[in-house]
Write a protein that binds this ligand. Structure first.
Ligand SMILES: Cc1cc2nc3c(=O)[nH]c(=O)nc-3n(C[C@H](O)[C@H](O)[C@H](O)COP(=O)(O)OP(=O)(O)OC[C@H]3O[C@@H](n4cnc5c(N)ncnc54)[C@H](O)[C@@H]3O)c2cc1C
Length: 397
């Protein structure tokens, strides 16, 4: 059994297959596995989410029906049990996100996982790059240390090659032509969970630079997300912006100017906001009024001036301030990517129609989900699913 790609999807598929008694070999092009998994660990290692199952599956957009099945097969609870089985206890944070207990660093989890794989007899070959298919069942591989190319004829293959963001981790999307060579038509890559670009004035950039806006709501295309955003010199970052990338992308692709609507006081009922705004005395400066009546401190006055002019109509501007978005940040710096292998190219087991015996897992499949643990859960669940699919397929052969 060959697994190509040593990210979470490939490693979990390897573990499940080895536990089922299969002889498993993993091939990874980088010198070490799990690089993006470790990157994910830098900014709060969010393994999954405690959200209830029906809402959880809804996070996968058009792929939700598939993920309903996948999550039932390897659920967030299964993921937490799996981590516990490696000695890594987890907890559900206030936002619903699931993290390892603070004493466990991401590298500890990866080390424990690799130890378990070794105990199960999984062979790991790093610095081995998959170069494409050979004949009907073979794989062309390059041992980069020796500069030697060879052909492997595995009983089945799992491709878990990742998406195309953060290419320095190995997820470089370089595999697309290799699949297209056998007729798999991949969808173009698009940044997902990424920042938005805004053409701030030089004055705004100079004055505000980088500043957080806490406890806001952001809307686009009928979707609203609460949280905190960061104003930067090129635009906006933060969970609500990331969660709205599908809507922003759709608006930008349709040639519309995309707009985010910012609610600076989402906890205030519109009538209460209107009441407070009506109390402003003409001799009170905008910054002083915003601070005293609404607890809105800098950079809010500068933001209002930038987007709504020097004398904004305060009621609508505080509740739905339009922020014109000129584009999305580049794919290379996005947290995840949309695009890759379309779900129409695989069967219910996630096996390629055009290449029986070759299964696809993780972010290389064209699905997307917001941050909050949904990405790793998606990768784990697809990894577990293909491991079952491989066993079924081998049993039928
Ligand atoms: C900054 C950042 C923060 C993140 N934070 C979180 C988070 O908190 N929670 C969360 O759920 N998700 C998070 N993610 C997303 C998560 O890390 C990814 O979704 C996940 O790692 C994807 O797993 P994967 O197994 O599909 O692919 P990857 O982890 O990308 O692994 C694919 C592997 O395939 C290898 N490969 C590619 N081509 C070849 C080839 N031709 N031959 C051999 N090997 C090859 C690559 O080198 C790579 O090691 C974050 C991502 C980033 C960038």
């Amino acid at each position: 059994m060959a697994i190509i790609g040593g990210g979470p999807a490939g490693l979990l598929a390897a573990q499940r297959l080895a536990e089922a008694g299969c002889r498993v070999r993993i091939f990874e092009q980088k010198a070490t596995v799990g690089r993006k998994f470790l990157v994910a660990g830098h900014g709060g290692f969010n393994l999954t989410n405690g959200e209830d199952p029906a809402a959880f599956a809804g996070r996968y957009g058009t792929a939700s029906p598939l993920f309903e099945q996948l999550l039932a097969h390897f659920s967030p609870t299964d993921l937490r049990r799996w981590a516990a089985g490696l000695g890594i206890a987890t907890f559900v944070g206030t936002s619903g996100r699931v993290f390892p207990e603070s004493q466990h660093k991401p590298a500890d989890l990866l080390r424990a996982w690799l130890r378990r794989l070794a105990e199960l007899g999984v062979e790991l070959s790093t610095r081995h790059r998959w170069l494409g298919f050979a004949e009907n069942t073979g794989l062309r591989l390059l041992n980069e240390a020796l500069g030697e190319e060879f052909i492997l004829e595995p009983a089945a293959t799992v491709l878990a090659l990742g998406g195309a963001s953060w290419p320095q981790t190995g997820s470089d999307g370089g595999w697309v032509p290799l699949l297209e060579a056998v007729g798999v038509r991949c969808h173009p890559w698009q940044p997902a969970n990424c920042g938005a670009e805004v053409a701030w004035s030089p004055f705004f950039k100079e004055k505000v630079g980088r500043a957080p806006l806490k406890n806001i709501a952001l809307s686009c295309g009928g979707h609203t997300v609460r949280g905190e955003i960061m104003l930067t010199d090129y635009g906006l970052e933060g969970t609500p912006v990331y969660a709205l990338t599908p809507q922003l992308r759709a608006a930008l692709a349709a040639g519309h100017s995309a707009s985010l609507l910012l609610n600076l006081k989402p906890d205030l009922a519109p009538a209460e906001l209107a009441r407070r705004v009506a109390q402003r005395r003409p001799d009170t400066s905008l910054p002083a009024f915003l601070a005293s009546a609404l607890s809105l401190k800098p950079p809010v006055p500068t933001l209002l001036r930038e987007l709504a002019g020097p004398a904004p109509d305060l009621g609508p501007s505080l509740a739905a301030l339009p922020i014109p978005v000129t584009g999305l940040r580049p794919l290379a710096e996005a947290i995840s990517s949309a695009g890759g292998v379309p779900l129409a190219e695989v069967d219910a087991r996630l096996m390629l129609h055009r290449r029986p015996g070759t299964f696809v897992a993780g972010e290389m499949l064209d699905w997307e989900a917001p941050t909050g643990g949904y990405l790793l859960q998606g990768c784990f669940s697809t990894g577990a699913w293909v491991a079952t699919g491989v066993q079924q397929w081998l049993a039928q052969k």
